[in-house]
Every structure is written in C-alpha cells, then in structure tokens.
Design a protein around this ligand. Structure first.
Ligand code: ZN
Length: 436
C-alpha cells in the first residue's frame, strides 16, 4: 500500500516541460552588426522582430575566436584548454555534449550543419540521432563549398515533414556570414553599391587579404559586403522559422540564436578571425523561452553559460562538471555574477581575460599583455598603463587556473584528427590553410 502511494505521488508529479528546441549557430556573426544591439543599418529585421519576444543578451564573449574550439565549448561548457579541441587538430574525446545530454533526457536529436570544422570528422556528430554535415554531396562544386541556409532549409523541411519524434533538439549551423562575403544579389550590392575600387572578393577569404595593401575604402567595402551577407542570412533565417510557424509549432519552441565568434573587418589593419579583440569575440545571443516574456540581459555572459542555463530551464541535471554558469536567475533579473567571475577567450595566439564589463587583458603566450578600458575605449584603440589593475587581474587569473587545474588534466589524452581530401579542400576555401 505504501509503495502504491509512493508510486502514485511520483507519477503525479508534474514532469519538467520539454519544449522542442531550435539552436541556430550563425558562424562569424559579430554582435555589433545586428539591430537588437543598436546597429544603425537594417541588417537583421527578422531576427530583431523575433528578439522582441526573447531574452536579448548584450555582452556575450565567445570562448575562442575560431570555429572548432568555440563550438566545442558551446557544446561541453568547457574552456578550450580543457577540451583541447582546435589546437593543431588535436582533440580529447569527451564522453558528452549538449546533444547527448538532451538525448539522454528524452530528446530526438538532429543536426544540419554547413560542413568545414562542424563536420562529424571533428567530433560534432556525438549525441545526434541524425547528423547531416554536408559531407556526402552529389552536387557540383560552385565557388565556396558551402550550402548556407538556402541549401540547409529544404533539408530541415524534409526532415520535419517526415514527422520526427518529439520533443526534438534541432541544431542548425550556417556559413552564410563567413568570408568570402559574396551573398547573392540584391544583398551583394545592398550596402556596397558605392564602391568603385578594384578589390576582388570572389575566391578570397578573410585573412587572405592580410599582407595586401588595402585602402580605407577597400576595408569599408569588405565591411559593407559582410553586412550584406548578414541581411541575406536574416532573410533565410525567417524561412527557417517559417517551417515551424507553418505547422503551428514555432511559438511553443525554445529557440536560441548565437554565433561562434565575430570578424575583424579592417580593425588594426586585419581581416578575419583568430585574434582576441572584441570585434572577434563579442557574439549575439537571442534566447526565446516558451512562457517567458524575455527582455534585455546585460549580465556579462559567455558561450559556455548556454549549456548550464539550458539544463536549468529544462530541469535537467547533466551530472557533469561545467565551467559556465547557470544564467536563468540573471535572465529573470534576480541575480548577477558581475565582477565575481572570470570570463576568458582562448586561442592560438593567446587569451583575453575579463572579470567585469570594464577592463580586459589580452595575454600573449610570451607573457606580454595589453590592458584595455572598454568603458572608455570600446574599440580597444589605446592600451592603458595601470600596473595595479593588470597585476590584480593576472593574479586572479592565476588563482582561478590553479583551482581549475584538475579539470585541465582530466581530458589529457589527445588524438590527431585525420581529414579526407574533400574536407581539406573545403577548409582551404573557408580560409583555413593549416590549423584553425
Ligand atoms: Zn566560425
């Protein structure tokens, strides 16, 4: 009788809600080029309209200025030096990911990605019931080897029309905004029609412009083409949302839109990513939670916070150690970690350290550093000479590292990732000659 009553109590408990989830990663999307963060140009009318009913984060740091590392952090809530992915194509095998955690908790998991470093060969298929990484292409190669949302959306529609099990976790990734900044017309000329120079972008990618003498006009042209790519992506984003709107499902879905890093477009005479300045590190995050009104979230955040926050919203205990923070209470305006936690981006050429929304250190592997006061100088145009501030930040970083050392040792074993010729070719087209 007692057992019966106990079972009755357990089965009557309201199960945590499990909404369908759409997670969209728009590769290379800078936070300051979209409407909801205050950009003056109409680059993202559809994302902005959607963002009005979502949480809109204003200060989100990518964990790395590169695709492989940053996405791995997103999916594991671990810093790049812990998961070790993206370093000379070495990787640690980590037995979980966002997808596997959700699958273990009843989700059907599907991923449709734009190839490159998101291919299953780099470990991203882990935890997915279905992972379409565009590696089995039968279409002719035209220009850069990527599909973009225009090619991915029909695959998502076909998958959805085949009635996948619910709840589902759908991950979509696109290179629409990534170099070579050549969206189709009318987006190519949308902001760049004024240019009369000779710079050719066809077949060129990000960093390949470095080393060439470019005028201010040329940089402005690249930057305007990049904006055109965002407007093109935004148009396709609406088409992706429509797949679920048409079925009456969209309003009840959890939808997350973010990126893996930004892009330098002439700042400090550089084009591309892989460095630690904010135009490459600040990313958008728009998060619609069904039943929540949403609003602006100014809490200093980072991409490793997404997984613990998602688990918190869904009532999932993933039983893993995560380096990110659960931001749910911050989203609801009840708490703040400001000033009490470290945020860090890690890359091949060094780290960026933040402890609040003001000071930032770019720390190189040699030990030399640059200190910036982002409140006075958001463009990081002049370094600040304040040994006191720098010493305090580096001291806090060393203490944090010491405390986290066991985690850094946990996933020590690395394996070299071998890639086939076709993947190598696509990576080259995306501007990745050797390492990320
Ligand atoms: Zn990327």
């Amino acid at each position: 009788m007692f057992l019966f009553l106990l079972l009755g109590v357990v089965s009557c408990r309201r199960a945590p809600s499990r909404p369908n989830i759409l997670f969209l990663s728009i590769d290379t999307l800078r936070a300051d080029r979209i409407g909801y963060t205050g950009y003056g140009r109409p680059t993202t009318p559809n994302l902005d309209r959607f963002a009005r009913e979502a949480y809109r984060f204003t200060d989100v740091l990518a964990q790395a200025p590169s695709t492989w590392s940053s996405h791995r952090s997103l999916f594991t809530s671990l810093y790049p030096s812990v998961h070790k992915q993206g370093q000379s194509r070495q990787s640690s095998s980590i037995p979980y990911s966002m997808a596997s955690i959700l699958r273990d908790n009843g989700y059907h998991t599907a991923g449709f990605v734009d190839g490159g470093y998101l291919r299953a060969a780099f470990g991203f298929g882990h935890g997915f019931d279905l992972y379409d990484d565009d590696s089995k292409r039968d279409r002719p190669r035209v220009g850069i080897g990527r599909l973009g949302l225009a090619g991915i959306n029909p695959k998502v529609r076909a998958w959805f029309e085949a009635k996948p099990k619910q709840p589902f976790f759908l991950f979509v990734h696109t290179y629409d905004v990534h170099c070579p900044y050549t969206p189709p017309e009318p987006y190519f000329g949308k902001f760049s029609g004024w240019y009369k120079g000779v710079l050719q972008v066809q077949g060129e990618c990000g960093a390949s412009f470095n080393g060439t003498r470019l005028s201010d006009e040329d940089y402005r042209y690249l930057s305007d083409l990049y904006d055109g790519g965002i407007a093109y992506m935004d148009n396709q984003l609406e088409a992706l949302f429509r797949i679920f709107r048409d079925a009456g499902l969209f309003d009840d879905m959890m939808v997350i839109v973010t990126s893996d890093h930004g892009e330098s477009l002439g700042e400090r005479g550089y084009v591309g990513h892989n460095r630690q300045y904010d135009e490459e590190l600040q990313i958008p995050l728009v998060w619609r939670v069904p039943g929540h009104a949403g609003g602006v979230v100014r809490e200093p955040s980072q991409s490793i916070d997404i997984l613990p926050t998602m688990c918190s919203i869904l009532g999932i205990d993933p039983r893993i150690e995560m380096q990110g923070k659960d931001l749910l209470s911050c989203m609801q305006g009840e708490a703040s970690f400001e000033g009490t936690r470290m945020r860090m981006s890690e890359g091949t050429f060094g780290h960026a350290l933040r402890f609040d929304d003001r000071f930032k250190i770019v720390l190189r592997k040699s030990g030399s550093y640059e200190l910036f006061d982002l409140r006075r100088d958001p463009g990081e145009l002049a370094t600040v000479n304040d040994d006191g501030v720098a010493k305090e930040m580096l001291g806090k970083y060393r203490a944090w590292y010491k405390q986290n050392r066991p985690l850094y040792d946990r996933f020590k074993k690395t394996v070299k990732t071998e890639v086939d010729e076709e993947t190598k070719e696509q990576l080259e087209e995306l501007g990745y000659a050797g390492d990320e």
